[in-house]
Design a protein around this ligand. Structure first.
Ligand code: HEC
Ligand code: HEC
Length: 296
């Protein structure tokens, strides 16, 4: 232990570490004098000064009923609200135009309005329709593909608009309710008749089939099915009866699935959106869906 004599008193140097002590001692344990590095202290004091400035300028301290607003009166929440209002104002005019347009065809032929409708429609589709129809409208078994040019209820703008507004087999009073009956389960046709019809339906889309059974099936078809599916099986949009002669199927075109359709019947439900979406939103969606695969 080396002792140094100074005017203030004794400075003691710790033997083990060679660092001077502060002179504080507890039960023989002495406190070493290891000051913080200068750079650290400078940064620390800068932070303190900056914090005081921040309290003055920005919202900082909670109070009983509110908080100190700061000189800048900054509020992220107000900023977002202002941005939303701004956006709504910017959109209000275009939204108005969607409803005021003489027809949906007129919207499509106005490039700016069409672009607005497509953008709004795409976002509404993602929020409301993609769960059933797929993110790109590609569909699933029982949920029609909206990208192709084959339509059950019609692919013209007016048809699409009606499908979305009142739904199909929905709870809306103006919806269309035609069903594909359960010909087997309800005993309308015998098992043999259904087997024959299955072969005939296979033949309509050019698939391999039992020719003799298909000929018998053709007679049944003329008697039972043409009222909805048409004499040549090409379907009827007004009744929602799909085209059976193309290679596009809602439920499936293999022998087993066709048989199942004829035995158990089908009746897919497209909900009505009239109560959930505004008129302008339904128009935007119609234009968007039409752009995916309109026609017919
Ligand atoms: C709960 C599932 C479900 C949701 C959600 C849904 N749909 Fe549908 N949609 C269906 C079903 C099922 C059909 C087929 C009905 C049938 O079998 O005829 C259908 C049919 C359609 C058709 C007719 C297709 C054709 O070939 O004629 C259009 C258009 C359509 N939906 C658009 C939409 C749009 C736009 C939305 C979002 C606002 C939407 N759907 C939301 C289930 C749904
Ligand atoms: C009252 C009208 C009506 C009659 C009659 C009718 N269908 Fe249908 N059929 C429909 C409707 C509507 C659908 C679509 C059901 C749906 O969208 O869920 C359909 C669907 C089908 C499908 C499924 C198509 C697919 O894409 O998966 C087949 C197959 C079919 N019908 C065959 C027949 C045959 C065969 C007969 C005669 C025994 C017949 N239908 C009689 C209305 C009818």
């Amino acid at each position: 232990m080396a002792d140094n004599e100074t005017d203030g008193g004794e400075i003691e140097i710790d033997d083990h570490s060679g660092v001077e002590t502060t002179g504080h001692e507890w039960d023989g344990i002495k406190e070493l004098n290891n000051p913080l590095p200068r750079w650290w202290l400078i940064v620390f004091y800068i932070c303190v000064i900056w914090a005081v400035g921040y309290w003055v300028m920005m919202p900082a301290w909670p109070g009983i009923t509110g908080y100190t607003k700061g000189l800048r009166n900054h509020s992220e929440r107000q900023n977002v609200a202002a941005q939303i209002t701004q956006l709504e104002e910017a959109r209000a005019e275009a939204t108005q135009q969607l409803v005021a347009a003489p027809s949906m065809e007129a919207i499509e032929s106005d490039p700016a309005l069409n672009q607005f409708a497509l953008a709004a429609g795409a976002s509404l589709f993602g929020d409301n329709c993609a769960t059933c129809h797929g993110a790109g409208g590609q569909g699933f078994k029982g949920y029609p593909n909206l990208n192709d040019d084959a339509w059950i209820w019609g692919g013209a703008l007016e048809d699409i608009n009606k499908t979305i507004t009142v739904g199909r087999r929905s709870t809306h009073p103006e919806t269309t309710n035609t069903m594909m009956l359960a010909y087997g389960r309800q005993g309308i046709l015998s098992r043999k008749q259904i087997n024959d019809l299955t072969e005939y339906v296979l033949s309509l889309s050019g698939q391999t089939h039992d020719a003799a059974a298909a000929i018998r099936g053709a007679q049944e078809f003329a008697a039972q099915c043409t009222a909805c599916h048409g004499a040549d099986g090409t379907g009827n949009h007004a009744l929602g009866a799909p085209n059976l002669s193309d290679a596009i199927w809602l439920y499936g075109g293999d022998r087993a699935t066709i048989h199942e359709t004829l035995w158990d019947g089908r009746g897919g439900v497209m909900p009505s959106w009239e109560a959930r979406l505004s008129e302008a939103e339904i128009v935007a969606l119609s234009v968007y869906v039409h752009s995916l695969g309109g026609g017919e």
